[in-house]
Design a protein around this ligand. Structure first.
Ligand code: DC
Length: 234
């Protein structure tokens, strides 16, 4: 049977290493990696910059009408670089000010409808790895491979702290811990598509795994689903 390109949906709590795994998978499989969280971050950045009162659904809809999110495929990284109204906003969307508000913005129904519609369109041709919170449950409920990632909370705090410290030496471990706990709480208790493991998602706890070990586990799952893996890996 010829190997088919599939959709790989990766969900899980904040800072579990979803994007690291997703990028490596996309590189190995020559798929396109889409970071769905970056869309919610870009929308949050737009709301903050334009002082949008996002407690008002009408103002949210007005603002969304002025937002264009596009992804430019990067051949080298096999990921797609996000642009907000033709601006590369990568340097800003991981700032603490955005991280503090993004879960509130991502809980807004109108925001989710806008982002999910675009995410579904990006999966039409398959050959995609997308990570987020509702990818296996709402965006691609028929994805051939669904992974739910988790890791020990303190491992996640330290990973995130190191990442943020590199660009902001003033950030503290307590600040990072508080932000992660709050986001996990909002993401998993919101009314609209809360974060939960899809019944058919495979659980991957990577607390004690190296990057290479987790990649090998997932490549085996991909192979079991009859998707092509580049030579040297299978
Ligand atoms: O993956 P991330 O930490 O960059 O995501 C930022 C926020 O966006 C996160 O707190 C929850 C939200 N999010 C979401 O609600 N649904 C997704 N598919 C991806 C992210």
């Amino acid at each position: 049977m010829p190997a088919q390109k599939i959709i790989i949906a990766i969900d899980g709590y904040s800072s579990c290493g979803k994007s690291t795994l997703a990028k490596e998978l996309a590189g190995q499989l020559e798929y396109n990696y889409i970071d769905s969280g970056a869309m919610y971050r870009a929308i949050t950045l737009y709301f903050l910059r334009n002082h949008v009162d996002y407690s008002d659904p009408i103002k949210v809809l007005d603002a969304i009408a002025n937002i264009n999110i596009s992804f430019i495929f990067n051949e080298q990284t096999h990921s797609s670089d996000l642009q907000l109204n033709d601006e590369d906003v990568a340097p800003y969307i991981r700032d603490m000010i955005v991280s503090e508000k993004v879960s509130e913005v991502a809980a807004i129904r109108e925001v989710r409808s806008f982002a999910v519609a675009q995410q579904k369109r990006m999966g039409r041709k398959k050959g995609i790895v997308m990570d987020g919170r509702d990818i296996g449950t709402a965006v691609f409920p028929d994805a051939e491979l669904k992974i739910f990632m988790t890791a020990d909370p303190e491992v996640r705090v330290m990973r995130r702290f190191k990442e943020m410290y590199a660009t902001n030496p003033h950030v503290t471990i307590d600040e990072v811990r508080h932000n992660l706990e709050l986001r996990d709480y909002i993401d998993s208790t919101r009314e609209e598509s809360p974060l939960h493991q899809a019944p058919d998602a495979l659980l991957l706890d990577n607390s004690g795994l190296t990057r290479e070990e987790q990649l090998q586990i997932v490549l085996k799952w991909v192979k079991e689903r009859n998707a092509p893996i580049r030579q040297g890996r299978d």
